[in-house]
Structure formats: C-alpha cells, structure tokens
Ligand binder design. Structure first.
Ligand code: OGA
Ligand code: NI
Length: 359
C-alpha cells in the first residue's frame, strides 16, 4: 500500500520520458482544464442520440462490407453486383469498408510501423518538422489553435502531407519510400472506386484520371494519444472531408464514429478492411446522390490510436460541377472551396462546407 502511494507520487511528479513525444496538451490548454467541471456522473442510456454530450455512449456497428475481389474474379453479374453495393453504400451511408482491396497487409504494417516511429520522436523535433523530417512547412499539426474550450480541442497530432512533396523527403530513412509505395497502391484503389461511382451515375468519365493525380492528393498520418478525460474531449471534432473520397486505414483500438439516420454510431474495427468515405466534392459532383457524412473520433484513457488517411483530391484549378441538372450547388474550383473552408474556420471557428455553395 505504502509502496503504491510512493509510486503514484513519483509518477505524477516525474513524467515518463516517452511523454516528451506527446504534444503539450496539458500546458497549452491548462486554462480550459481549470475552467472545466468534469462531469463524472454516469449518463443515462437514453442520452446516446446525436444530441448527446457523451461521445462514449454510442452503439457500435458494422459498416457495409464489400469484397472487391469480385471486380477482378467475378462473372459479369457479380461485377455489377459489387459496383451496385459500392454505389448504394455511398448513397445510404457515405461510408463503407472494403476487403481484398489489393493493398498487402505487409505494406499496411510497414506504413504503420514507420508512422509510429515518426510520432515517437520528441515533440520539439516534430514541431520543427521541415528541419528534421523534411516535410513541407506546416505539415505537422496538433490540438486546435482556434479552440476556446476543451470541447473544441482535438486531442490528436497529425502529419498532413501533400503527395507532391514526399519524394526523397527524408533522405536515407525509409518513411518516404514507404509512403510512396502506400500512396501509389491506395491511389489506384481510389481511382477505381471513383470510376465505379461515376459509372453508376451514368457517367463514362475520365474526369478523375485527368484531375486527381497522385501529386494532387494528400496523406495524413494521425495519432490519438490517451486522453485523461475522454468524455469531454474529441480526438477529432465532427467534420466532413473536403475531398472526393477518403481511404482510411485504422488500427484495432476503435474511436471512429459517424452519423447515420441522425444518430452517432461507432465503427467496429475490422483488421482486414480499409474504410472508404465520400467527401464533399463527390457529393457536389453527384448532385447530392452520394453523401459526405459527418464523422468524428473519440478518445480513450488507456491506449494511443493510429490511423492513416488518403485524401483523393483534384488540382486546385479543377472545377467541380454537378454531373446532372438541375444542379444543387453552383460550380466552384477546388481552390475556391479550400479557401472558403479556411475563411469560415477563421471567421466562425468551424467549417460550413457545401451549404455555402447552394444555388
Ligand atoms: C480524418 C479522419 C478518422 C480517423 O483524418 O479526416 O476523419 O479515424 N480520420 O482517424
Ligand atoms: Ni475525416
């Protein structure tokens, strides 16, 4: 007992060495912690709807699971059935999982281990990343600079990397070559899915091949450190993605939640699967047929979580125009969309997104 107390005091007073790699959340947001009355009350089970303040109390479910091997191995009916499943999930969920996606588990594991290595570096190194890691300036992000209370703080750190930039970005290190291999594979998958989604809208389109090049896409490595008050703080605030589609590889910890029929639901991790979600640009391009759905990440007290997201984006000049009439949104360039998102975040503290472009 006495031993235990001693240990506790020691642990509290001397943070472990590994803590050095965590961003200084406690220090940066100390005033928010001081102001927050931590609600330890057990929430009632009925409070798990979309208005709930308790992101932990959410039902877990399996996303639609689609076997992509049918696209290569199936007969004509099976191929068409697989394509229909992709289109239906994109309409009804805006989210689905794929297995037999063509990205080997070896490559996924290699990517994850390189990602862990980068995040385990001291915070001071990561925050000067262009000096040490040679990524472009501003690719390392943590927390939420515009937050005014704990509820608006993202308890996570990320490298958000333009793929035009990774080649040879870390000299002898294997991170950049692993990212390149990963991006090449995932980009093929993204092209394939986008083409299917276009075809199911009746479009025989070379739009994605012409405008979404591997150099215009982004790779985001996320890390969610354990959080002392998970019921109060998100790992990533509710948002939609500002791209055509996102391919996500997550670990087995869980924490991703999405809105389905006005209710938050938690995605059950599947070790074989990649998660695909429709972004704002596909929703606009499909004239609201495919849904860019709000999602968020919740934290936990015990373990860190990792995920890798590939954002399938066009060049900034690319004009996004509805594929059918009458069009719901006015046409806009991707550059214009990004600028609007950045301006809204600056002015209002949040992204407005597609509603800004309604006709
Ligand atoms: C994102 C995102 C989800 C996750 O990076 O946009 O939604 O599970 N990530 O990390
Ligand atoms: Ni997202």
């Amino acid at each position: 007992m006495v031993e235990c107390e001693k240990l506790d005091k020691k642990t509290l007073n001397q943070p472990l060495m590994s803590m050095d790699s965590d961003p200084p959340f406690h220090k940066a947001y100390k005033s928010f912690f001081d102001k927050t009355i931590i609600n330890k009350a057990v929430p009632s089970p009925t409070s798990s709807g979309s208005t709930s303040n308790y992101p932990l109390l959410v039902e877990e479910c399996d996303l639609p699971l689609i076997d992509l091997s049918l696209l290569d191995l199936g007969d004509e009916a099976e191929i068409d059935n697989c394509k229909s499943q992709i289109a239906r999930a994109s309409q009804e969920w805006g989210f689905f999982q794929v297995v037999n996606h063509g990205i080997s588990s070896e490559l996924l594991e290699k990517m994850r281990s390189e990602q862990k290595k980068v995040f385990s570096q001291p915070f001071d190194m990561k925050s000067q990343e262009n000096k040490y890691l040679n990524f472009s300036a501003g690719s390392y992000r943590w927390g939420t600079p515009t937050a005014t209370c704990l509820r608006q703080v993202a308890w996570s750190e990320a490298f958000h990397i333009p793929l035009s930039n990774i080649s040879g970005s870390d000299g002898l290190n294997t991170l950049s070559s692993t990212m390149e291999q990963f991006a090449a594979k995932v980009s093929n998958l993204a092209q394939k899915l986008a083409e299917i989604l276009a075809e199911k809208l009746g479009q025989k389109s070379t739009f994605f091949q012409e405008n979404c090049l591997s150099s215009t896409c982004f790779l985001r490595m996320n890390r969610y450190p354990p959080c002392p008050i998970p019921s109060e703080v998100f790992g990533l605030m509710p948002h939609t993605d500002s791209d055509f589609l996102t391919i996500l590889h997550q670990d087995q910890v869980g924490g991703l939640q999405l809105v389905k029929d006005d209710t938050w639901i938690a995605v059950k991790p599947n070790p074989e699967a990649l998660i695909i979600n429709i972004g704002d640009l596909f929703q606009a391009w499909s004239n609201d047929v495919y849904k860019s759905v709000e999602h968020r990440v919740v934290t936990n007290m015990e373990v860190e979580r990792f995920s890798t997201a590939y954002f399938f984006c066009p060049s900034y000049e690319t004009v996004i125009e509805s594929c059918c009439e009458p069009s719901v949104y006015r046409k806009f360039s991707f550059g214009e969309y990004r600028q609007q998102v950045q301006d809204d975040v600056k002015n209002f503290g949040f992204k407005v997104g597609l509603p800004k472009f309604l006709l």
